[in-house]
Design a binder for this molecule. Structure first.
Ligand code: SF4
Length: 252
């Protein structure tokens, strides 16, 4: 295993700061609770308005509802009106993610593009169609896995999301991951690797090797959009997916 990122420790540390700000005692509850608390605190890291930015939660902030949310569908509803960062202003809506609510594998990309923003679904453009073909070749379907992104609103002009936008949105993804509870995460591209593996992770260096995030196995690989630009990356991606499938078979 490579560098290990303990998401629970991260969430606990963040939520501790949040508790102090709120003057509340720690719930000391489940991982889901911890994620919920941490979600609020992370808004500080992003420097955005939200529960973590002050004593008064911003109306509509999904993080103000984390403790009451127990299911993935409830969390989807809670996230729909999110305005935690400026990305929402330029997007048609929040692209929450889709797939099996208890998927063993979760694919995490960068952010919605134009097609995804228009349809409200992740990975439905050309890159998404390529991901579908990769899944199909591996014997998987979209209905068996879960697909989401590091940020849930489309960055203007499909630019790379900024650090503060990623930090604002990550608590939403962290709770989503905890609710789905996959054994394996597949991070797609450098932005996802930079958040899930470690900051500044070079995808060319970290891909193809297993990493850990809160007890989950993480396989970073190239984003399907990169394969469209450089077909030479198809072979290494396929090798990475074969590792994922081999681990899945061992876990089942
Ligand atoms: S990108 Fe994420 S944090 Fe920002 S408004 Fe959309 S859902 Fe909220």
């Amino acid at each position: 295993m490579d560098e290990q990122v303990d998401l629970n420790s991260y969430l606990r540390a963040q939520s501790g700061g949040e508790d102090k700000k709120r003057g509340q005692a720690s719930a000391g509850g489940s991982a889901r609770d911890t994620a919920a608390e941490a979600a609020g605190a992370s808004s500080d890291a992003g420097g955005t308005a939200g529960p973590g930015a002050g004593a008064v939660p911003v109306p509509g902030d999904p993080l103000s509802r984390t403790e009451a949310v127990l299911t993935l569908e409830e969390w989807r509803e809670a996230c729909q009106d999110c305005r935690r960062c400026a990305l929402r202003q330029g997007a048609r809506g929040v692209v929450f993610g889709e797939g099996h609510p208890q998927a063993a594998i979760m694919f995490i990309g960068e952010g919605p593009g134009g097609d995804e923003d228009r349809l409200g679904r992740p990975f439905v453009g050309r890159a998404g169609q390529l991901l579908d073909r990769i899944l199909q070749a591996a014997g998987l379907s979209r209905q068996e896995v879960y697909i989401a992104n590091i940020v849930k609103c489309r960055p203007p002009g499909n630019r790379t999301p900024a650090k503060e936008e990623i930090d604002s949105c990550y608590p939403l993804l962290a709770k989503q991951i905890n609710l789905i509870d996959p054994s394996i995460l597949v991070s797609l591209g450098s932005v996802a690797a930079g958040k899930l593996i470690h900051p500044g992770a070079a995808i060319t260096r970290v891909r193809g090797r297993w990493h850990k995030l809160e007890g989950r196995d993480v396989m970073p690989t190239f984003h399907p959009a990169a394969l469209l630009r450089d077909p030479g990356k198809k072979k290494p991606v396929w090798e990475d997916i074969q590792q994922v499938m081999a681990l899945l078979r061992r876990l089942q």
